[in-house]
Design a binder for this molecule. Structure first.
Ligand code: GDP
Ligand code: GDP
Length: 433
């Protein structure tokens, strides 16, 4: 994948420290207690005006050198397959270890640019220690300190010399959050999408972790699954689970564009689901409903239609939402469900030209004029779309306060009918001309 940079290296060399510095926030965890495993971390950042994706391949500590080495090899292979450039990180404090040498050999077999970053070069004294790493046989060597940032500029210059940079328009892949009550099948869904290799995860009691995003790129679709670590973290107490699922939804919605509300078909839509649904709308997220475990439902001719109608009633007034019936267990309609979520993202990213909007407005006003307010004529002169991440429109008119709620609803429904905003909450503003 173009513009994808993988950070590779054995545990504790400072990969996630570097990753966090690059992303300018604490997105990955940093922990040098052995026994901690990590998912791959994903983010995107910019240098020299070039935007690129960054993957921290994480670390894996098994019981003994063999497991350890095997896991690292796997991660390195994955990173290599996907990345355009590899940043191979080693640690000046420890010098070249056997594992470093192994990773180094693997990297030399591939036909991709590798930048050797010697980390923890925090001072001049350590600067003198970097030369041993030339023995690894790479063409270049970048001494850096991930904690202070020194040297990282040169490394990034070299990196941005190689990559083309992501064009402005598609800076951001769709960010999808899978939310819903415990046991709806969220983790099963995520685990089905991300094959085991992609997410080396072992549950460790008492380990807390920050949110981990996972990059999905298969079958012609590409997106980010938000907060996948949270999906795997299981709690034992029932009440905790309910509470936790809402907390998690709140947090993961923050960084998502699209919210997938996952229901358990055998349970239907419940109050907690509606809370999450309203939360997504309030935050102007795109929304899709997946009704999972459809395999458990006894079906007759109208079952699906009735089930769908029932959900639409419950989620009203905002019911222009796709509802997809799936079975993660039987792998039914899972890819279709993803397509639908991506369509919602496209609907949410839609930009409609001012001239199209005003043709629309003219016709919509002609079909049904705004009712007068206390003898005053309401006239809407023109409209524009605002440059927000979600669709929002301003209508310029003479008495903005007196446009009735029902007329606003009419305008919104007409917009939906004309331009297709399925799954996307719209914001309509009325302003003085
Ligand atoms: P990872 O396992 O490769 O992702 O490594 P981490 O980012 O978790 O870092 C492992 C340890 O090295 C942590 O204690 C970091 O604080 C420390 N570390 C990372 N970068 C530097 C650095 O540039 N200088 C020093 N002195 N320590 C660092
Ligand atoms: P989460 O709490 O939402 O992450 O739910 P899990 O993914 O842990 O799933 C809860 C249970 O439902 C597990 O026992 C899954 O095997 C089961 N499950 C998940 N998807 C399906 C499905 O499509 N059909 C059936 N019958 N069971 C499922």
């Amino acid at each position: 994948m173009e513009n994808l940079v993988a950070i590779v290296g054995r545990p504790n060399v400072g990969k996630s420290t570097f990753f966090n510095r690059m992303l300018g926030m604490r997105q990955a965890i940093v922990d040098d207690v052995s026994g901690v495993t990590r998912d791959r971390q994903y983010g995107s950042t910019e240098w020299n005006g070039k935007r690129f994706h960054l993957v921290d391949t994480g670390g894996f500590i098994g019981d003994g050198e063999d497991v350890f080495a095997a896991a690292i090899r796997k991660q390195v292979r994955m990173a290599i397959e996907e990345a355009q450039v590899v940043v191979f990180m080693v640690d000046v404090e420890t010098g070249i270890t056997d594992l470093d040498a192994q990773v180094g050999r693997l990297l030399k077999e591939i036909n991709k640019p590798v930048l050797l970053a010697v980390n923890k070069v925090d001072n001049n004294e350590r600067q003198l220690m970097i030369h041993e790493f030339w023995a690894m046989g790479f063409d270049n060597l970048y001494p850096i300190s991930s904690t202070s940032g020194s040297g990282t500029g040169d490394l990034l210059d070299a990196l941005t010399d190689i990559i083309p940079g992501i064009p402005e328009e598609d800076n951001r892949l769709p960010h999808i959050a899978i939310v819903g009550r415990p046991n709806a099948g969220k983790s099963s869904f995520v685990n089905l999408l991300l094959d085991e290799e992609r997410s080396i995860v072992t549950d460790i009691a008492g380990t807390t972790r920050d949110s981990v995003h996972a990059h999905y790129n298969k079958f012609g679709q590409e997106f980010i699954l938000v907060d996948t670590a949270g999906l795997r973290r299981k709690r034992s107490v029932k009440e905790d689970l309910e509470f936790y699922s809402v907390l998690r939804a709140i947090r993961s919605l923050e960084s998502a564009d699209i919210c997938v509300l996952m229901l358990d078909a055998s349970k239907g839509i419940e109050a907690q689901d509606l809370n999450i649904f309203r939360l997504a709308i309030k935050n102007n997220k795109g929304i899709v409903i997946f009704v999972n475990k459809w395999d458990l439902v006894e079906k007759s001719t109208n079952t699906l239609k009735e089930y769908e109608d029932h959900i639409r009633e419950r989620i009203a007034p905002f019911s222009d939402v796709p509802i997809v019936f799936i079975s993660v267990l039987e792998k039914q309609r899972v890819l279709k469900a993803i397509d639908v979520a991506i369509e919602v993202h496209e609907n949410r990213s839609k930009r409609i030209s001012t001239s199209k909007l005003n043709t629309f407005l003219e016709e919509t006003l002609a079909a049904y004029h705004p009712p007068a307010y206390r003898g005053r004529m309401i006239s809407i002169k023109y409209m524009v779309q605002l440059p927000t991440a979600y669709p929002s429109f301003v209508f310029f008119c003479n008495h903005p306060k007196h446009v009735s709620e029902s007329y606003k609803k009419y305008l919104e429904n007409s917009l939906r009918a004309r331009f297709d905003f399925t799954g996307v909450p719209l914001k309509l503003y009325f302003r003085d001309k």
